[in-house]
Write a protein that binds this ligand. Structure first.
Ligand code: NAD
Length: 375
């Protein structure tokens, strides 16, 4: 079986889909691995390290696409690239299929099986493949490091002969995977941390990291069977904003991570709340690429309002590309391991399987994913 890993073409992308350690593992399964020259350039990992691990280097991606049984990528290939793939090939990457119906059709027409890493179910047996979690965790870490680097204060309390420096106050809104890692990182740096999430079940996790959990009575809020938050009503969101106003005004660093699966991220922090923050404060919105939690923050933007620095940076895991590629490559390898029958030496795409059936988007010339078929 042949696996091809092209280099990423998006100028914002620094990650590689695999590191040499993954090449070694897949070689052990008897796979032939081809990588496009420059795959790890921005990680950085030189071509020679992939070659030493057993990958063959190719300079023309066209050649790799045409012969591969499986293609690994961080970001999904485009239509022109899909047209180069052979029918029956398997493509595994982040995809965002709901926002790219034309690309979904291209995969179906080319009879390429496409797997969307975002659609891997958040269940215990699929944890090894859960790229949303592996990347979100790094994003939470990076958000705090960025804030610590940009703020005009030190994070920990310091008692000095010249007086006591108060610990920075960090407020984290959304205590899922990214939020919990942000809390842990801020705590390690010595900050005073408060956190809020609509899912009451995260209170214990927040407290176990040494942070204070804020409570807001919003009435009935629920979670989906997958553990995701349900969308709030406009009235509940309004109540949340009212209550958050005071907490935001005390924060030196505000990190927002609130998302609702398959929907625009909720707008939680309004301009009025930002105006109540002290000059010099930092706001990092991790939900910026799915609509944003903070009014006025745009993807890729860095703006100052009333002395408050608003960061809406894209691809935060890409700021730690070595570790991001390490865990993402392990997620991809685990996914392939789930589909590959090592004894018979072929791939099994079983749409009845609880993991495969949820993340395969197209197969056998059809759009097969239940979420996409529902529209
Ligand atoms: P996410 O990125 O969809 O959302 C981030 C957080 O924002 C969530 O905790 C959510 O509750 C919160 N949120 C949504 N609306 C909000 C609002 N208005 N105000 C404040 N917070 C709001 O979620 P995620 O981090 O990818 O994962 C969420 C949960 O999924 C996890 O915490 C976990 O329970 C579950 N999960 C389970 C597994 C597993 O293997 N069982 C793996 C990963 C995640």
């Amino acid at each position: 079986m042949k696996l091809f890993i092209p280099r990423e073409t998006d100028p914002d992308e620094t990650r590689a889909a695999v590191l040499p350690q993954h090449v070694r593992q897949l070689k052990d399964w008897g796979w032939e691995i081809q990588i496009e020259s420059g795959l790890g350039e921005r990680v950085p990992v030189p071509d020679s390290a992939y070659e030493e691990a057993g990958a063959a280097l190719i300079s023309h991606r066209r050649e790799g696409y045409a012969s591969a049984d499986v293609i690994f990528r961080v970001r999904v290939s485009d239509k022109e690239e899909v047209a180069l793939m052979k029918p029956g090939a398997l493509h595994i990457s982040f995809f965002d299929p709901f926002r790219q119906p034309d690309l979904v059709d291209s995969f179906a027409q080319a009879r390429v099986t496409a797997i969307s890493m975002e659609l891997i179910p958040r269940i215990t047996v699929a944890q090894k493949m859960d790229a949303l979690s592996s990347q979100a965790s790094l994003a939470g870490y990076v958000a705090v490091i960025l804030a610590a680097e940009r703020i005009n204060r030190v994070f920990p309390m310091m008692m000095t002969p010249a007086g006591t420096l108060a610990a920075v106050r960090v407020l984290v809104i959304g205590a899922g995977v990214a939020g919990l890692q942000a809390i842990a990182t801020a705590r390690r740096l010595g900050a005073r941390v408060e956190a809020y999430d609509v899912r009451p079940e995260v209170e214990e996790q927040v407290k176990s990291l040494g942070a204070r959990f804020l409570k807001i009575d919003l009435g009935q809020v629920g979670s989906t069977p997958d553990g995701y938050a349900k969308q709030l009503t406009e009235e509940q969101l309004q109540r949340q904003r009212e209550a958050m106003k005071r907490f935001c005004s005390h924060a030196d660093v505000l990190i927002t991570t609130a998302q609702v699966f398959g929907r625009r991220a909720p707008l939680i922090v309004t301009e009025e709340m930002l105006l109540a923050m002290r000059p010099g404060s930092i706001v990092v919105d991790l939900a910026v690429e799915s609509g944003g939690n903070v009014e006025g923050i745009r993807p890729g933007s860095e703006v100052e309002k009333n002395g408050v620095l608003l960061l809406g940076l894209r691809n935060l895991p890409g700021r730690v590309p070595y570790h991001a590629s390490q865990v993402y490559g392990s997620n991809l390898s685990a996914m392939l391991g789930h589909l590959y029958d090592r004894e018979k030496g072929h791939l099994r795409i079983d749409l009845q399987d609880q993991i495969t059936g949820r993340c395969v988007v197209t197969h056998g010339g059809q759009v097969v994913n239940p979420l996409l078929k529902e529209g």
